[in-house]
Design a protein around this ligand. Structure first.
Ligand SMILES: Cc1cc2nc3c(=O)[nH]c(=O)nc-3n(C[C@H](O)[C@H](O)[C@H](O)COP(=O)(O)OP(=O)(O)OC[C@H]3O[C@@H](n4cnc5c(N)ncnc54)[C@H](O)[C@@H]3O)c2cc1C
Length: 449
């Protein structure tokens, strides 16, 4: 475990140090959950793969998230992929040889009013065709599950088959499994650019040198738009800051994950709870906020009551002074910010503890053990891009998981690996096509972040 015991920072020693090969079949850019799962699938298929990470494996969102693995509340097009992902998580938990905290204790979206409960209930229509195990709970049903103040929630929607895992344990463990299968993984190795010959990917230029390859998967999380722009591709992606707290160890009040209108909480393996506010979305604005404003108007309208604005940080992907264009012999923004690690919002952290105590007054001694923040990358319709890029032969993009990429990571990685091999995935990926932001399609807004 790293020194802070939670998120993975730039300060922890580099662990993945494979030599840079001269040539491979596929280079994967970015070792978050998506890149790591892509590399694992490719290596299992016998493909020669190099996974390049500018900082640390899972240093960004993939170690900073809440650890929810949920089908609940998802976009209809994501549900079949998420169902497969749960099966993959199950098998990873059995085969990795490390406890990644995977537990199927369920997820509940709680409601404090009848109006909210009716809104939650509407998702049953989405779930029904997929034969998901999902039930509506009344007041007593919630109280059977969650040991909080009586009567505070009038009900909720419950997916008992959903799960949780510990992100900062799980993703590096999957990376180690990918290495065992033959994937090469290199930290502190930013990819600066992708080169083409006759319109086809021919190599990547990393900060450590060139690697020949005919296929590339861009899984750069919050950095994907910046990377894509430099190779001439428009990807309208923005990020929001989200603060998270882990509490000191306390007696259990619920073993799964739950959220009401104001607080989200999840039981942790170490006996604490991971907390976050469900009524705060903190957008740190930069030049792309203006550039992509029109595409994001539907999302801004939907989230308006929770949105707070700030200014993007120095050396952030959308910083005001971040370099937007470079040639591959230059040091790039990816090398100037190895691990994107925003300051947590301390007031928000305090509010989480207060709200947690209000809901569970029997927990007399509950304090903040750790607090951190992550930048959540989002696309205008709150669903990812998972597609080959028609105008750039050999390039696959797997990014924009919009606040819910951890749970779907194993299946999304498998799909990205199939696309990179020119195989046809069994899932319908039309909702996730790259061209939807340039072919005149209206923004079809998915569920919230
Ligand atoms: C606070 C918070 C809570 C969340 N809660 C949940 C949750 O409960 N459940 C859920 O399913 N999802 C959750 N999410 C979302 C989830 O964490 C992300 O969707 C997911 O981790 C995205 O994975 P990724 O691999 O696409 O990106 P990342 O994890 O951001 O990884 C991208 C990696 O690419 C690297 N990179 C970028 N550019 C380059 C380059 N040029 N060269 C080399 N490397 C590069 C970066 O350094 C980074 O490590 C949450 C996110 C946050 C921040």
């Amino acid at each position: 475990m790293n020194p802070r015991g939670l998120t993975i920072s730039e300060k922890i020693p580099v662990q993945f140090v494979d030599e840079l090969p001269q040539a491979v079949d596929v280079v994967v850019i970015g070792a978050g959950v998506i890149g790591v799962c892509t590399a694992l699938s490719l290596a299992k298929d016998g493909v020669r793969v190099l996974l390049c990470e500018k900082g640390r494996v899972a240093g960004e969102q993939s170690s900073r998230n809440w650890g929810w693995i949920r089908q609940l509340g998802r976009d209809p097009a994501e549900i079949p992929i998420m169902q497969e992902s749960l099966e993959l998580w199950e098998s990873l938990a059995e085969t990795l040889g490390e406890d990644i905290g995977f537990r199927r204790h369920g997820i509940i979206y709680l409601a404090s009013s009848e109006k909210k409960l009716a809104q939650r209930e509407a998702w049953l229509d989405v779930a029904r065709p997929h034969k998901l195990q999902v039930t509506m709970l009344n007041r007593a049903g919630v109280e059977k599950q969650i040991d909080g103040v009586a009567g505070q929630w009038c009900g909720g929607i419950h997916t008992p088959g959903d799960a949780r895992a510990e992100p900062w344990l799980a993703v590096p463990a999957i990376a180690r499994a990918a290495q065992r299968e033959g994937a090469l993984i290199r930290e502190n190795c930013a990819v600066r650019s992708v080169e083409q010959t006759d319109g086809q990917v021919s190599s990547v230029i990393t900060e450590s040198g060139e690697v020949r390859c005919q296929r590339v998967v861009l899984a750069g999380g919050a950095w994907s738009s910046l990377f894509a722009a430099n190779i001439g591709l428009r990807l309208p992606q923005l990020s929001v800051r989200s603060t998270v707290v882990s509490t000191t160890a306390v007696p259990g009040v619920y073993d799964g994950c739950a959220a009401d209108e104001k607080l989200a909480f999840r039981r942790r393996q170490d006996g604490g709870y991971t907390l976050a506010l469900s009524d705060l979305t903190n957008h740190l604005a930069g030049p792309d906020s203006l550039r992509f404003l029109t595409s994001f108007i539907p999302a801004v309208k939907a989230e308006w009551s929770t949105l707070r604005f700030g200014v993007s940080g120095v050396n952030y992907p959308d910083g005001w002074r971040t370099q937007r264009r470079w040639v591959s012999s230059e040091i790039t923004p990816f090398e100037r910010n190895r691990v994107l690690s925003p300051e947590p919002d301390k007031k928000a952290a305090q509010r989480m503890i207060e709200r947690f105590k209000q809901r569970f007054p029997q927990l007399k001694k509950v304090g903040i053990a750790h607090q951190w923040a992550g930048m959540i990358d989002s696309l205008p319709d709150i669903v990812p891009v998972l597609d080959q890029v028609g105008s750039f032969e050999g390039l696959t993009i797997a990014t924009g998981f919009s606040g819910h990429g951890f749970g779907i990571g194993p299946a999304a990685g498998k799909i990205a690996a199939e696309l990179a091999q020119n195989k046809t995935p069994e899932h319908d990926l039309s909702r996730f096509r790259f061209s939807r932001f340039s072919d005149g399609s209206p923004i079809d807004l998915g569920p919230a972040l």
